[in-house]
Ligand binder design. Structure first.
Ligand code: FE2
Length: 166
């Protein structure tokens, strides 16, 4: 199945159906910004999944990820992507009580983030956990959404990561 996958949606479905296989790379498996830590949970070019853990009460400024197509997969915590369309939705009630099975009400919700999709992040009092499920462009060596970032950076540490050569 993996050999014939073409789209980010197909890869996301494969990743979920196969119970989130763990295949971290030897090199560069962990990235940090001033507000987050991310772990490359799965990498097999052009496919990649990063687990993001974000600190509470923080903001990620509007940006794009120019070299990969992606889907964000909601795991836990309080956060939302900021985007004019998404801002019309009221997700607050869903963040206040657990789902029937004890998980977050938004667990498993996904948001498509194509390369030109401008978005930011607002992270609430619990911080947040999500997967960034990615298909990297042909000829681009996968790194991280933290590094493949166009727009204002989160802080000085993040700026250094974005600007350093691979
Ligand atoms: Fe992003």
């Amino acid at each position: 199945m993996k050999e014939i996958m073409q789209t980010i949606e197909q890869f996301k479905d494969w990743f979920v159906a196969n119970k989130f296989p763990l295949r971290p790379p030897f090199a560069d498996p962990i990235y940090h910004t001033d507000i987050s830590t991310s772990f490359v949970w799965y990498r097999a070019e052009p496919w990649q999944v990063e687990l993001y853990l974000v600190k509470p009460d923080t903001v990620a400024p509007v940006h794009t990820h120019p070299d990969f197509d992606s889907i964000e997969f909601y795991i836990a915590g309080t956060f939302r992507l900021t985007n004019p369309e998404l801002d019309k939705q009221n997700l607050e009630p869903l963040m206040k009580t657990p789902a029937f099975d004890g998980r977050h009400q938004l667990y498993g919700q996904t948001i498509k983030v194509p390369p030109d999709f401008e978005h930011g992040g607002l992270f609430g009092g619990n911080g947040a956990a999500f997967w960034s499920i990615q298909k990297w462009d042909k000829g681009v060596v996968p790194t991280s959404a933290t590094k493949n970032w166009k727009g204002d950076t989160i802080g000085d540490h993040h700026k250094n990561i974005v600007n350093e050569e691979v």
